[in-house]
Design a protein around this ligand. Sequence first.
Ligand code: KIV
Length: 273
Amino acid sequence: MSVAMSQRARKVTTHVLNEMKMKGEKISMLTSYDYSLARIVDAAGVDVILVGDSASNVMAGWETTLPITLDQMIYHGASVVRGVNRALVVVDMPFGAYQGNSKEALTSAIRIMKETAADAVKLEGGREVLESVTRIISAGIPVMGHLGLTPQSIHKFGTYTVRAKEKDEAEKLIEDAHMLEDAGCFSIVLEKIPAILAKRVAEELTIPLIGIGAGKHVDGQVLVLHDMLGINQEFSPRFLRRYHNLFAEISGAVKNYVQDIKSLDFPNEKEQY
Ligand code: KIV
């Protein structure tokens, strides 16, 4: 088998994710927004890379995910895809690219697939976006759902606190999850909901459920890369485990660089032509 063929054989597909759920093997998912970090994340063995619209916050510095555009998501998506060999790459559909009507949603999804070469798209919401989900899937595009805290609706919720703590909202979320599964979604992200509710959804559905702040009884976990690496220090929700303090590491390196220039240490004889 050629190197190219063996690399293709190891590629994570939606089918592989289903098998992982059936075997009880947990799925790892992280965000990436650029080629260089996506290469590292993929080579480290993450199963799914999400080109999240959280790029709006962590890459562009906006308060919410609402301002990022379809063109910008396509730029991030294509950059990530060029750095990935193995992971399944999912690109978030940004706010405004699918809520209007299902024809527009399909047009946006097709642009993402054609212009990024990603494997799937993700969009937020349940019954409200079901027509769009169905139409996109009918075109052969795999869709990941996203329920619970859906940041594109922040102005409706008013806060980023835990969702579906009350019975009515929890029941609606369970119904929405079933609707998304029935419509053909290959997976659903559950964000910031009680662990007991996420457990119930993961048990009732056959597709993999990926949690962020949804406890350990789901089929996989996702975090925002810049949060878990400690590049962002301001954001510290209970569910976030920090694996590094890159803010301090990078800041230390930059301070040393500045110091070396000021002290005439850099460049030295060996570092010039
Ligand atoms: O945009 C994003 O990063 C996400 C994750 C938080 C799931 O949707």
